[in-house]
Write a protein that binds this ligand. Structure first.
Ligand code: ADP
Ligand code: ASP
Ligand code: MG
Length: 600
């Protein structure tokens, strides 16, 4: 007898008829002898409607009252679903988050789950009842028993957390699309179904705009090794399997509060090349990385950001043994960039022969802005200067001088209580995977540039620590390679993106820091287009193909940020969908073949 947790999203239960159709599906599964726990969201657009009601009263409602309001949506669904099941002759009972004992932090509107009491659910299952649980909500620990919610889209997380606490055989997420697709089918109609995807890839995609799964649900599935499937509510097609590496043993009583950092990766075999003051016009990145790819050289991290006089800096790392070749290519291109009509400055090539990359890894850092800040602070306290920063959802990498390696490793191991681990996350899986698994568009971000930030150890820690204190998650941090002397002090620029929702809070925080930089430039007209795939690791030419696809459409790149398994480009918002379509096509995702992942 299998124990299955099924989650049905708002789109799947948008009307009473749909509730009845879903009830029939659940009834069939239960009749086959399975124990079934059903997690439901609010019907259709109910949550949005409730948000709108509050916004008619005030633009800044109290988060506690919003939780009280929004949690009602799921309560309607559980009762109707249970009634529909009972009407089919299927014994069923509806339970709220509090009744099931979903205990969370007291952090309204974004609470993390601490524990779930499995006994009540178990008791009803043993009586042959289907248990229908309200997703998205919980109750705070302590004496006040406050109703909390997990954050928009959080029912996925409720479902996986329940599956983990019940040690269910699998967790199925039912939705209005056939599974996880190569991109959002609402934007690119010929997006294709992905049969299998690794948790690491899905974490990136979900955090970069693919809202089909709540990233924290993927984090839980990954940490506890829960077999997770995303499927259509309307058909019996198998959907997408989200594959976890073999999990490490963990305590179920701290569900979402497990250690945020699992390990430290280190690579001392790197070299860095920076091209300063290249023209800010379409095709420049495509040209540089096109030449590099034509020599079959693999590039690791790439960053690009715009600076004064409308010119760009591009920096990237390669493995030391190909530095000479890469340097020759860049030196050969530089004169042409210097003579470009749009370039007022001189393009300059900087080479650093020895560079080391140190990274902290762990799915628990998602949505915890303090982790990156803690890394920067730890390195600053150990007198380690950070030369380049690359962030992904599950990893923060810093390029440092190899002379500082031992100090950096020691300090980070102590600060995060972890060991140096040789293996990058992705190598836990044997893959025959496409280079790019999927692409995502995020139009809800803003780009913030801090100009002439004093360039001394501890500055990144100070800036991102202040933002973290306000619970602001920063994505895509870029520290410029260009140094300007102001009042005898070296300065450089720092550019990052944050969610639009946090813009006001960012400005308030930056006010506290004024004096540490000369100017703040905010660009809200941006779109972030990202390609994700564990198969791009060690594969030359992926970046070149991506930048080439944008150049062909005449799309200018405002910012580039990469991690090992993703490349994100910031472009003008008006060009976001065009860029998404171009990239989706360039990587032939419309013709994707079935790919299999097997766990070691
Ligand atoms: P639910 O109500 O079931 O939770 P959501 O609206 O949260 O549904 O998520 C499903 C939607 O996610 C789809 O309708 C689709 O438009 C969107 N989506 C975005 N990116 C992707 C993707 N890569 N694959 C599938 N769906 C995606
Ligand atoms: N109803 C909530 C929302 O709309 C939770 C969810 O759907 O997962 O965000
Ligand atoms: Mg959802």
């Amino acid at each position: 007898m299998n124990l299955i947790v099924q989650k049905y999203g708002g789109t799947s239960i948008g009307s009473v008829e749909r509730v009845q159709t879903v009830a029939q599906r659940i009834h069939k599964i239960a009749q086959k002898g399975n124990k079934v726990v059903v997690v439901v969201s609010a019907m259709g657009k109910t949550t949005d409607t409730l948000v709108k009601l509050a916004s008619e009263i005030t633009s800044s409602p109290c988060r506690r009252e919003m939780d009280m309001l929004l949690s009602t949506g799921e309560q309607v669904s559980i009762a109707l679903m249970s009634i529909a099941l009972q009407e089919l002759g299927q014994p069923a009972i509806s339970l709220t988050g509090a009744q099931v004992g979903i205990i969370t932090e007291a952090e309204h509107s974004r609470a993390r789950i601490l524990s779930i009491n499995p006994h009540r659910i178990q008791r009803h299952l043993d009586r042959g009842e289907v248990v229908v649980v309200a997703g998205f909500q919980g109750i705070s620990d302590g004496t006040d028993l406050e109703i909390t919610t997990l954050g928009r889209g959080g029912s996925d997380t409720s479902a996986v957390a329940i599956a983990a606490s019940l040690k269910a055989n699998c967790c199925e997420i039912y939705t209005d699309v056939p599974g996880i697709l190569t991109t959002d089918p609402r934007l690119v109609p010929d997006a294709q179904l992905i049969n299998e995807i690794t948790c690491d890839e899905m974490l990136e995609l979900a955090s970069l705009g693919a809202k089909v799964l709540h990233p924290r649900a993927v984090e839980l599935a990954r940490n506890y090794g829960i077999p997770l499937v995303v499927r259509s509510s309307w058909s019996d097609t198998p959907g997408t399997r989200v594959i976890s590496p073999t999990p490490k043993p963990r305590y179920i009583d701290k569900l979402e509060l497990t250690k945020s950092v699992d390990g430290i990766n280190f690579d001392s075999d790197q070299a860095k090349i920076a091209l300063l003051r290249v023209p800010n016009s379409p095709g420049v990145a495509a040209r540089i990385f096109g030449e590099i790819a034509s020599q079959q050289l693999d590039v690791d991290l790439i960053i690009q950001s715009i600076h004064e006089n409308n010119s760009n800096d591009i920096a990237f790392t390669v493995s030391k043994n190909v530095l000479n070749k890469a340097e020759a290519i860049v030196e050969a291109i530089a004169p042409a960039l210097r003579n470009s009509p749009t370039n007022n400055d001189e393009a300059e090539v900087l080479i650093e022969k020895g560079a080391a990359k140190i990274a902290i890894v762990g799915a628990g850092m998602i949505g915890r802005p303090g982790i990156a800040a803690k890394m920067f602070k730890t390195l600053a306290d150990a007198q380690v200067n950070i030369e380049m920063i690359a962030t992904s959802e599950v990893k923060v990498s810093c390029v440092i001088s190899p002379n500082n390696s031992n100090r950096a490793i020691d300090a980070l191991s102590k600060a995060f209580d972890v060991q140096l681990s040789e293996t990058p996350i992705a190598s836990n899986l044997v893959q025959v995977s496409p280079h790019v698994r999927g692409v995502a568009l995020d139009t809800k971000q803003v780009q913030i540039a801090l100009l002439s930030v004093q360039d001394c150890p501890g500055m990144a820690a100070k800036i991102f620590g202040t933002l973290a204190d306000k619970n602001i998650s920063v994505d895509t941090i870029i520290q410029s390679q260009r140094c300007r002397i102001i009042n005898g002090m070296p300065t450089s620029d720092i550019v990052f993106t944050v969610s639009q929702e946090d813009l006001q809070a960012v400005h308030t925080s930056l006010d506290i820091l004024s004096g540490s930089f000369t100017e703040v430039i905010t660009d809200i007209e941006i779109a972030k287009v990202s390609i994700v795939g564990a198969g791009m690791l060690g594969q030359p030419g992926i970046a070149a193909k991506y930048f080439g696809a944008l150049a062909e459409q005449g799309i200018n790149i405002k910012m580039i940020a990469t991690s090992e398994i993703k490349i994100s480009c910031v472009v003008a918002k008006a060009e976001g969908i065009k860029a998404l379509k171009a990239v989706h096509k360039a990587f032939e995702l419309t013709e994707q073949e079935t790919s299999k992942i097997s766990v070691l």
